[in-house]
Structure formats: structure tokens, C-alpha cells
Design a binder for this molecule. Structure first.
Ligand SMILES: Nc1nc2c(ncn2[C@@H]2O[C@H](COP(=O)(O)OP(=O)(O)OP(=O)(O)O)[C@@H](O)[C@H]2O)c(=O)[nH]1
Ligand SMILES: [Mg+2]
Length: 400
């Protein structure tokens, strides 16, 4: 692990804005032990463009495994003992055995539709009204829902459907047609040296967890990889990323809490270039899309990366919490304006997510959806599959 620390700047408002963040924090003593700080003052440092000389990792106290484990709420694990760039053995990836349908069963979308066709087996306006209500409840959005239902109504009046099952098939096809164009997997351009992936999103959506899952995926694909701990607002965020790095034998460039995020990104890109790393993934602090200063900081990270590589970042991956609902649209609008989002990950689709927001995002923005998070384990980050997704929410068998 490459790790070095800088002076403190005042606490970010993003931290206090984060619901439930208090429980995730360490005591002052734990933080002091985890992140020994050379200076005690709290003056804000000016943005650092040129990287400062790094303190050799050997001079730093390692973060105790218990502290890292506490950040992740898991059993402590022994960190990788080898040099960062040397590939270490990773546990064999257990295949994601649980299917999309099983994981998305609890979604509002799936629950609203299960039973709908058996309650309304007749092909009539009541059935269409029920479908409209189910789509709205599942957060597909008013405009997309109206379009879908009116199209079905016109086709029903034209006697295109023999029965309710045929109407269900038509609805499935229309939903698929909305998603297929955005189901574009992430392509790692190996000519980019390295391919820089910048993750962004509001607080708690699953950015760091997604990075950990991607680290495992890319490591399994034998891609030389490096992580940048660009969430410098919380010490626990650095520890969380370092834990994922340690687990997967992936080096993490960090400067500790309150360092300048753009400086971390710059240092990491320099280190990645020097080591011939293929992929660099940069974490960033969660921020509300309405916090203009913090949104502008993302633009700065991007500009600083471009000083070293004008084509970086090669992917701005926005992570969206699938339980968010229609607010996800304004989040994406703001992040896209600030930093140019090129791909999406929709997480937490396994829980109580409504599911429909994926259609609203696809319809409104047409930005590629790269991955879906359908659980907390590394193998639960799935390449977004439009067919599997629609099939899970609205199985063909419902109309039988
Ligand atoms: N069920 C489920 N939980 C997830 C998924 N992805 C992330 N989580 C959980 O969401 C919580 C927040 O994840 P983080 O990765 O810390 O989120 P973050 O966006 O980095 O948060 P900040 O850095 O605080 O903004 C953790 O408890 C994760 O385990 C998912 O696909 N499904
Ligand atoms: Mg995070």
C-alpha cells in the first residue's frame, strides 16, 4: 500500500449531511491511532497540483486489521503482505449463483406486477389502469408510464392482442426496447495507460463498495490495477478502500483524511503511469448534487487528471442507489453537468428498490448502464443485462 498523509483542512459539510454517518465514525482516539498525523493544525491547505514527496509506507503505522474490519463490518482479515504491484493470490471467485429474479423479487416493480394479471385476466381498460398504477408505483415515472400505457391502449383497441398474456408480452418488449440501448458493458481501453475510472455519486449509494467489487473483477481478469482513495472527508472511507485493496492484493494510493482529493488523484495517476498499471479507479467522497462547491470539486479532480493525461478520466462512473426513486434523475442531471457522466451503476436493486427508476434513467438520459448491484458480495455486481433485468421484474409466466 502506498500511503502518505498531509495537513488537515476544515470538515466538509458533506460528512454532516450524510444520514447515519455518526454510527460509522471512529472515536478521536481510534482515528488518531489509525491515521497518525504529522501536524495538529486545522488550516486548510491550498490545492496541491505537484505531488509532494511521499512518506515511505514503511515509516507509517499500518492500519490495524480490526479498524479496517470495523469500517466494513466484517471479520478482520490479514492484509496482503507483498509489494503492491505484485499480483497476489485471490480467493477463487465464487460464481454468482443467485439469479437476477431471486434478487429482484422484493422490488416494488416485481411485487406490484405479481398477481396483477391473475387478478385481472381480462383484456380491458381496468387492466391497463392497474398496469399504469403499478408502473407509477415502481417509479418508472409519469411520462414513460403514460407513453407505455397509451401505446398498449392503442394496440388493444386495434385488437392486436388476443388476451392479457399477449398484452404482457408487448409490455415486456417495450420495456426491453427502453433498456437494450443503454445496456452497454464497460470496455477497458488498454491503449489508455492507465484507463482511469472516476466514481462519483451522492452519499452512501455504494461507490466504495462498487470499487471493491470492480477491483475483484479486474483482478480476476488479471488486469494490473490501482485504487486512489479520493474520499478524503472521512478516515473510515480511506480505511474502507484500503481494506478492499488489501483483500484483493491491489495497491491503494492515499493521503489520509482531509487531503486534497484532486491531489490524491494526481499522485495516483502518476504512480499508476510509473508502474504501467492498466486500470486506475478513483474513489470520491459522496456529495449532494445540490452542493455547488462540492460539485465543482469534481470538475477540479477531472482537470487535474487531465494535466497528466488529456484523455482522462476515460470513464466517469456514476453510482446510483436503486432505492432512491425519481430523485435519481436530478442527481444524474447535476453530476452530468458537473463532470460528464459516461456510465452508470445502479446499486441495491436486491433490497426494497422500486426498480422502475432504471427505465426512467434510460429513457431520460440514454447514458450506458454498466453494472447493477444486486447484493453486497463481490459477485453481486453484475454486468447490466437488460433481458435478465426485465425478466426478473416482469416474468413472462405472469401472463400464463
Ligand atoms: N444490498 C446492497 N447493499 C449495497 C450494494 N452496494 C452497496 N451496498 C451497501 O451500501 C452501503 C454503502 O456503501 P458504500 O460503498 O460505503 O457507499 P459510498 O457511496 O461509498 O458512501 P460514501 O462514501 O459515504 O458516500 C454499504 O453498507 C454497502 O454494503 C448493493 O448492491 N446491494
Ligand atoms: Mg465511499
Amino acid at each position: 500500500m502506498l500511503s502518505f498523509f498531509r495537513r488537515k483542512k476544515p470538515q466538509s459539510p458533506a460528512e454532516s449531511a450524510k444520514p447515519g454517518s455518526a454510527e460509522e465514525h471512529y472515536s478521536v482516539e481510534e482515528l488518531a491511532a489509525a491515521f497518525p498525523h504529522p501536524e495538529a493544525d486545522t488550516a486548510r491547505i491550498e490545492p496541491v497540483i505537484e505531488p509532494a514527496p511521499a512518506t515511505p509506507a514503511a515509516e507509517l503505522e499500518p492500519i490495524p486489521a480490526e479498524v479496517i474490519a470495523a469500517a466494513l463490518d466484517v471479520e478482520p482479515v490479514a492484509p496482503a503482505a507483498t509489494s503492491p504491484v505484485v499480483a497476489t493470490e485471490t480467493a477463487p471467485a465464487s460464481a454468482g449463483k443467485t439469479g437476477w429474479r431471486e434478487r429482484l423479487r422484493g422490488s416494488t416493480f416485481a411485487r406490484s406486477f405479481s398477481g396483477l394479471f391473475s387478478r385481472h385476466p381480462r383484456l380491458d381498460d381496468d387492466l391497463l389502469d392497474e398496469i399504469e398504477t403499478a408502473l407509477i408505483t415502481a417509479d418508472v415515472g409519469v411520462t414513460a408510464t403514460s407513453q407505455l400505457v397509451e401505446s398498449l391502449r392503442a394496440r388493444m383497441k386495434a385488437r392486436e392482442f388476443a388476451d392479457a398474456g399477449a398484452l404482457l408480452s408487448a409490455l415486456r418488449s417495450e420495456l426491453l426496447a427502453m433498456l437494450r440501448p443503454v445496456a452497454q458493458p464497460l470496455h477497458i481501453d488498454t491503449d489508455a495507460k492507465p484507463f482511469v475510472l472516476l466514481t462519483v455519486g451522492v452519499n452512501g449509494v455504494g461507490k466504495t463498495t462498487t470499487i471493491g467489487k470492480l477491483a475483484k473483477r479486474f483482478k480476476d481478469e488479471e488486469r494490473p490495477l490501482m485504487l486512489a482513495a479520493g474520499d478524503t472527508f472521512r478516515a473510515a472511507a480511506v480505511a474502507q478502500l484500503q481494506a478492499w485493496g488489501d483483500r484483493n492484493g491491489v495497491p491503494v494510493v492515499a493521503q489520509g483524511q482531509n487531503a486534497d482529493a484532486a491531489s490524491v488523484a494526481f499522485d495516483a495517476l502518476q504512480a499508476a503511469k510509473a508502474r504501467g498499471t492498466q486500470v486506475l479507479i478513483a474513489d470520491t467522497a459522496g456529495r449532494l448534487h445540490t452542493q455547488q462547491g462540492l460539485m465543482a470539486e469534481l470538475g477540479k479532480i477531472k482537470r487535474v487528471l487531465q494535466k497528466l493525461d488529456p484523455t482522462a478520466p476515460h470513464e466517469v462512473l456514476m453510482v446510483i442507489d436503486g432505492t432512491t426513486g425519481q430523485n435519481a434523475l436530478s442527481q444524474l442531471r447535476q453530476f452530468h453537468a458537473a463532470v460528464g457522466v459516461t456510465g452508470l451503476v445502479v446499486t441495491k436493486l436486491d433490497g426494497t428498490a422500486k426498480g422502475g427508476v432504471v427505465f426512467a434513467l434510460a429513457r431520460e438520459f440514454g447514458i450506458p448502464i454498466r453494472y447493477a448491484g444486486i447484493g453486497e458480495r463481490p459477485e453481486d455486481l453484475r454486468v447490466f443485462d437488460a433481458d435478465a433485468f426485465v425478466d426478473a421484474l416482469l416474468p413472462e409466466s405472469l401472463g400464463a
